[in-house]
Design a protein. Structure first.
Length: 891
């Protein structure tokens, strides 16, 4: 049997106290005969059993589309519709909640990581002119345009833009012209002497002239494009020789006018070569000369090449087609769309070009990777003679030249987005942004320390008799203590769940099965069915479940009234009666729900977009659904208990659907079902212990057919059990990534782990490199402070090391030799900085800048770490770290 608030003592005393407790919950009065005499002998329902029962009760009063049930119950109760939450009310409410939780400005933090140079709008918009409805640049086009400008102002006169066909080289160099003009204007305003504003000249082939002109005029409205060509295509306005000369003369005499930089003359090689002879145009000065289709200028002594040498320009951008990867120098004749190319290492060719025999030897010694014939013949011959045509010609000649002069990409070249994410340049591929947002518990409240302590206690018993290393290595069947795990998740999400788990004054007594059974019977559609139900008549008289059932009858809060009575045990206040008060009460003790509400308003109300929300617990799902519904959102939900999930998904996928938010339990995800067609924003409110499940959840929006960039937020509360979950998840993922990422073979041990965790950090926008957690846990176990100043500084130093290791592979011997004391050396480096922010400021620097500023400091730190090994305590610490590294490296 089950009872509501059982008490001890005589029957009369029990009945009296029982009525008092009904009054606390504002339940209808109960007759003495309805109170079971043996209620005082029943066990209270608490712990996860209480969570399970309360979940069942809350789910019983909601549907997959809960708003429909709320309207129906309001009509039954003859109550007016809940007044919508207006923007002003929301702002006041959110200001209070953010202040209470000391919530950082997450949007500002992310924006800092997305900042771009040269006044381009932040990624993923990437527009030169944000006030105009023009097509955005691709991330790699921004990188290429910025690189052209930076090289130009660093004094390099030549740049090769050698991207594969179809990657938008035209847009890249047109953007570079705009950015170059902006940099000159900044210099002029800063008082830099000698700044002149000159036009740019683009020379291309006749087959692409029309396309280039139209693209420039359609997408680069601030450029003043003049086409100089003999036979223009339809729709292209051209200028004559006389007009060209007059235009260029005016730019020379007014070189202090910034508008000159907007002038772009577009012509072909043959037109410019033939029609400017004997005219004043040959004396014109250009800021940028773009040699498009430069691979057609294939004769160094030809007319077009001589013309380029005689033109007066400050910077020259070569835009050839990317050399053909399939070219085989051993094949006599290789057929390409442009024609036939002979094999330079065939016997016939070598018999007449003896100097190429040495080139063949170098090609073979490099594993057929060195294509020295791409270098200018004069440079090639001079360097070859000086280097004795040895193998070093590859490293000392080709790589330095092309690393400085060439920008080269294919569709599958990996590049780094402004926020550190690695992506590829494939056409129409939209990169996703995943960002970990760490919320704060109210640090001035005593429960913050309690929740942190509880998280550590749950962590210590998570693996039961198994060790954590067994879990990472997947030795046998590692059984997690799922009860402790779930308790840790619940209390970290909302500390009031501790009261639900451990009630001071339990509400229900009996067994879980009895309560479930009776609750199901009480849900019969009509009173007559309840009274005539034989099974009900056969059961003992119960009042506990019935009282809760009456409490939830005609509920219009998605069951949140039950949560209120579970938490608030005073008669002085009743449940909230309007949206703003209810949402404030729900979020007041949950920083994660505060941020979730903030994002929901931003995306759904302000941005008119949809939001996909994932949770990993049915009880949390009930509360989150209630929050969004009470806040006035159109909500759908997919629960593990729902039998017709496909119907809910179909409603979500309807373009005309009014749904704004879909809340899904990760255990109820349907593999292969599309939920991304009308949604690009996602939230995960519970950190999962398995990285594959995390990636699966995130990947539900990043699928074929997605038409826009995806933004996915992983919300957590720091200094709670969530930190332990994140550490375990990232460690498990790092072990998997170590075999998947194409890192050099020399990267092993600590060096490899530092780099892999840095990859994870940039992929998920974590606040610092989580390898700091891993090595500190190796030494101190669960008694670590996850977000102390020392921990964050150590994580930032690991990021510095990773950037140096990856950015300068030529230093590999130094890092390999330092591996036994590398972590201790990073501790030494950490001591050089007083605050985490001081180190973080350096992380945005280029690999070259970092090497100039920090490689010497790391060398010094390595020396100090070597000396530290004389200390037994430090030596033992390093031994434990090495043991952890070896355990994670086991196959």
């Amino acid at each position: 049997m089950a009872s509501f608030r059982g008490t001890k003592g005589s029957t009369s005393e029990h009945q009296l106290r029982h009525r008092e407790q009904q009054k606390e919950l504002r339940c209808p009065p109960v007759m003495d005969k309805d109170i079971p005499e043996n209620a005082d002998t029943l066990k209270p329902i608490e712990g996860l059993d209480a969570v399970e029962i309360n979940t069942l009760l809350m789910e019983s009063v909601t549907t997959p589309f809960p708003e429909q049930g709320i309207f129906k119950n309001l009509e039954i109760l003859d109550l007016p519709e809940l007044y919508p939450l207006c923007a002003l009310s929301y702002e006041v409410q959110m200001d209070f909640l953010k202040f209470r939780h000391k919530q950082p400005d997450f949007d500002k933090i992310l924006a800092r990581s997305r900042e771009t140079k040269h006044d381009i709008t932040p990624w993923p918009e990437l527009k030169l002119h944000p006030d105009q409805h023009l097509q955005s640049l691709k991330p790699h086009q921004v990188d290429d345009a910025a690189s052209i400008v930076e090289r130009a102002f660093d004094g390099w006169k030549h740049t090769f833009l050698s991207n594969e066909t179809g990657m938008g080289k035209t847009r890249a160099y047109l953007a570079a012209i705009v950015l170059h003009q902006r940099e000159l204007e900044k210099q002029a305003k800063a008082g830099v002497p000698g700044v002149k504003f000159l036009p740019s000249l683009i020379l291309t082939s006749s087959s692409t002239l029309d396309q280039t002109a139209k693209e420039a005029r359609a997408e680069f409205l601030h450029l003043n494009v003049f086409v100089f060509h003999g036979t223009p295509n339809k729709g292209v306005k051209v200028i004559s020789v006389e007009e060209l000369v007059g235009l260029l003369n005016r730019t020379i005499s007014n070189s202090d006018k910034p508008e000159n930089e907007n002038i772009v003359v577009l012509s072909t090689y043959s037109t410019w070569s033939s029609r400017t002879k004997g005219t004043a145009a040959k004396n014109a000065h250009f800021e940028l000369l773009v040699a498009d289709d430069a691979h057609t200028i294939n004769t160094i002594r030809g007319t077009h090449h001589r013309m380029l040498r005689t033109l007066q320009w400050r910077k020259l951008v070569w835009v050839p087609g990317l050399y053909q990867e399939q070219y085989d120098p051993y094949t006599n004749k290789t057929q390409f769309s442009e024609g036939i190319t002979v094999g330079i290492f065939t016997e016939h060719y070598l018999s007449t070009n003896l100097s190429f025999i040495k080139l063949k030897d170098i090609y073979e010694e490099s594993g057929r990777k060195s294509r020295l014939w791409m270098v200018h013949p004069n440079i090639f011959k001079a360097a070859g003679d000086d280097l004795g045509w040895g193998k070093k010609a590859v490293d000392l000649l080709v790589q330095p030249i092309f690393s400085v002069m060439q920008i080269r990409r294919t569709m599958y070249t990996k590049h780094t987005l402004p926020d550190g994410i690695k992506a590829y340049s494939a056409i129409d591929q939209f990169s996703s942004t995943v960002v970990v947002e760490e919320c704060n518990f109210d640090c001035w409240q005593p429960y913050a320390a309690t929740v942190e302590l509880m998280g550590k206690e749950h962590s210590k018993v998570l693996f039961g008799q198994n060790s954590e290393s067994d879990f990472f290595a997947a030795y046998g069947e590692v059984i997690l203590n799922l009860s402790e795990h779930r308790k840790g998740v619940l209390t970290s999400f909302d500390w009031r769940n501790h009261e639900v788990l451990n009630p001071n004054n339990p509400i229900l007594f009996g067994t879980v099965d009895e309560v479930k059974k009776i609750s199901k019977l009480l849900k019969s559609p009509t009173v007559t069915q309840r009274e005539n139900n034989d099974e009900t008549a056969a059961l003992p008289a119960v009042c506990g479940v019935e009282r809760v059932d009456l409490l939830l009858e005609n509920d219009y809060t998605c069951g949140l009234s039950l949560l209120f009575h579970l938490i608030e045990k005073t008669e002085l206040i009743g449940p909230p009666v309007e949206r703003a008060t209810y949402t404030t009460w729900i979020c007041g003790y949950s920083p994660v729900m505060t941020r979730a509400l903030d994002l929901a308003w931003k995306y759904c109300k302000e941005g008119k977009e949809r939001l996909l929300v994932y949770v990993d617990d049915a009880w949390i799902q009930c509360i989150v659904v209630g929050l969004f519904v009470m806040a006035g959102f159109k909500v759908g939900t997919v629960r593990a208990s729902d039998t017709r999930r496909s119907k809910i998904i179909d409603k979500w996928n309807e373009r005309s659907s009014s749904l704004e938010i879909l809340v899904i339990d990760v255990d109820s995800m349907l593999d292969g079902v599309n939920i991304h067609t009308n949604c690009t924003k996602g939230l995960l409110l519970n950190w999962l212990i398995d990285p594959k499940r995390m990636l699966h959840v995130i990947g539900s929006l990043v699928r074929i057919g997605q038409q826009n960039p995806v933004m996915f937020h992983i919300l957590k509360t720091k200094n709670t059990y969530y930190d332990n979950l994140e550490r375990i998840c990232c460690t498990k993922w790092a072990i998997q990534l170590s075999t998947e990422i194409n890192l050099p073979e020399w990267m092993t041990g600590e060096v490899r782990e530092i780099c892999v965790f840095e990859w994870i950090k940039t992929s998920w926008h974590q606040s610092f490199n989580r390898y700091a957690w891993v090595v500190e846990h190796d030494v101190r176990g669960h008694d670590i402070e996850y977000h102390s100043s020392d921990m964050i500084r150590l994580g930032h130093v690991f990021s510095l090391a990773a950037k140096l290791i990856i950015g300068h592979p030529e230093d590999w011997e130094f890092w390999v030799d330092s591996m036994p004391v590398l972590v201790q050396a990073c501790h030494r480096m950490m001591e050089s900085f007083d605050t985490p922010g001081e180190i973080e400021g350096y992380l945005s620097r280029t690999p070259e800048e970092l090497r100039d500023g920090f490689i010497g400091l790391f060398e010094l730190a390595i020396g100090l770490a070597d000396s530290d090994m004389k200390d037994e305590g430090i030596a033992e610490r390093c031994k434990k770290i090495r043991g952890g590294v070896d355990a994670r490296a086991k196959p």
